[in-house]
Design a protein around this ligand. Structure first.
Ligand SMILES: O=C(O)[C@@H](CO)OP(=O)(O)O
Length: 406
């Protein structure tokens, strides 16, 4: 049996006035996804339990078949796993966005999609300041990632951090256009993170990397925004838990990290950006090739989520259509030319265009292929999922149904 999972990140949404009351998934032309539902089933799943953040970190863990209520220990340590960063039992990882805050409002949680070189230069300067300050005892390491997605590692053996998981922190993509005043890290032990954010403002203010950005008509990175703290998780290898040997295609460290943690191979695809300009066709092609080698191939596409964070309905619909044309269609054609197969399509969480952010709630899940008896639905979308008799209230259990273990 060959298995394919396709994750259109954040694709689930509410009905939109501009789409005549349809949701983006319903308005998009998705013949390949609709055909899968027509020959298979549509269900709904909740991948983000209410007691946890409605984030991709929780949603994707659940989607890959791991109960987040038992396994989730924070977002940043998953991203650290993507970079092969070893975390000891007392080491904390913290997500370190580069952001643009203006007049205490979150103008851009990506600092205008800052380029990786500028991000690296800014973080290197911040690292120098922190390294020279004895009170941090050499315990803090700012690690550049890609663009605005970076990390801070806090080595607990050198200096026990004052915070715990009880500290509250807000993802900057939840703050677009909003005041940041009440959303700095807060609660016991948070002062040190607020202090680092303030220190970064001073270091970045007159930094040459920012000067060059402003001269080029781009927004500067005004400071780091720290969130997503956590300790290293331990996940059972997927092959041990479910059987198939998997591979992941994604542009973002969060999914790469999850893949590393469950012992899947990460496959690099040139042109995969994690944004609206990603090369959808390249992702589809690499996934097709990977099926020759792996039992299971997962393709994650970040674009629908990014369009939602920008409140851009047209781009969201377009991203969904591109996924259908260049990823779902060609992959299903390849699967049907071979032996037994199954496909699952599921977003990780809804991302509402209206609020520009994630929300808890159900996502539509399409399941099709060998041994899956069709239901009465014939198109992929949020309303059909809501009306389906098949629901995975614990979203991670959809994997058991997909693999045939339930
Ligand atoms: O990586 C991130 O910072 C966010 C926004 O880009 O991603 P997601 O919305 O998928 O959590």
């Amino acid at each position: 049996m060959k298995y394919v999972i396709i994750i259109p990140d954040g694709a689930a949404d509410e009905p939109q006035e501009s789409l005549n009351g349809r949701t983006p998934l319903e308005a998009a032309k998705t013949p390949a996804m609709d055909a899968l539902v027509a020959e298979g089933v549509i269900a709904r799943a909740c991948h983000t339990p209410h007691s946890l953040p409605a984030g991709s970190e929780v949603g994707n863990m659940s989607l890959l078949g791991y109960d987040p209520l038992k396994n989730f220990t924070g977002r940043a340590p998953i991203e650290a796993a993507a970079q092969g960063i070893e975390l000891g039992p007392n080491d904390w990882a913290v997500r370190c966005n580069l952001v643009t805050v203006e007049d205490q409002r979150m103008r851009d949680f990506t600092a205008d999609h800052i380029d990786t070189d500028a991000a690296t230069a800014l973080l290197a300067s911040l690292q120098e300041v922190v390294a020279a300050d004895d009170k941090y005892a050499g315990a803090l390491e700012f690690i550049p990632g890609v663009s605005y997605r970076n990390l801070l590692i806090w080595r607990g053996e050198k200096l026990a951090p004052p915070f715990t998981m009880d500290m509250q922190h807000t993802p900057p993509h939840d703050l677009t256009d909003k005041s940041v005043m009440n959303d700095f890290p807060r609660g016991p032990g948070s002062d040190v993170l607020v202090e680092l954010m303030e220190a970064s403002s001073k270091v970045f203010e007159n930094h040459p990397a920012n000067a060059a950005r402003v001269a080029a008509g781009q927004l500067p990175a005004t400071n780091v925004w720290l969130w997503g703290i956590g300790l290293a998780p331990k996940l059972q290898p997927f092959a041990e838990a479910y059987g198939p040997r998997g591979a992941m295609i994604t542009a973002v460290d969060l999914l790469r990290g999850l893949a590393n943690l469950i012992d899947w191979q990460n496959l690099d695809v040139p042109g995969a950006t994690g944004y609206l300009d990603t090369d959808y066709a390249a992702k589809g092609k690499y996934a097709i090739d990977a099926l020759d080698e792996y039992d299971l191939v997962c393709v994650h596409v970040e674009a629908p989520d990014e369009a939602s964070h920008e409140g851009n309905c047209e781009e969201k619909v377009k991203a969904i259509q591109e996924i259908d044309t260049h990823v779902v269609g060609p992959l299903v054609e390849k699967l049907k030319s071979g032996g037994d197969w199954r496909v699952m399509i599921s977003p990780d969480h809804p991302t509402f265009l209206n609020t520009k952010t994630h929300t808890h709630g159900n996502v539509p899940v399409a399941l099709a292929g060998t041994g899956i008896q069709p239901d009465k639905f014939d198109s992929y979308g949020d309303t059909n999922a809501a009306n389906s008799g098949l629901a995975f209230d614990e979203g991670w259990r959809a994997m058991e149904r997909f693999i045939g273990k339930d």
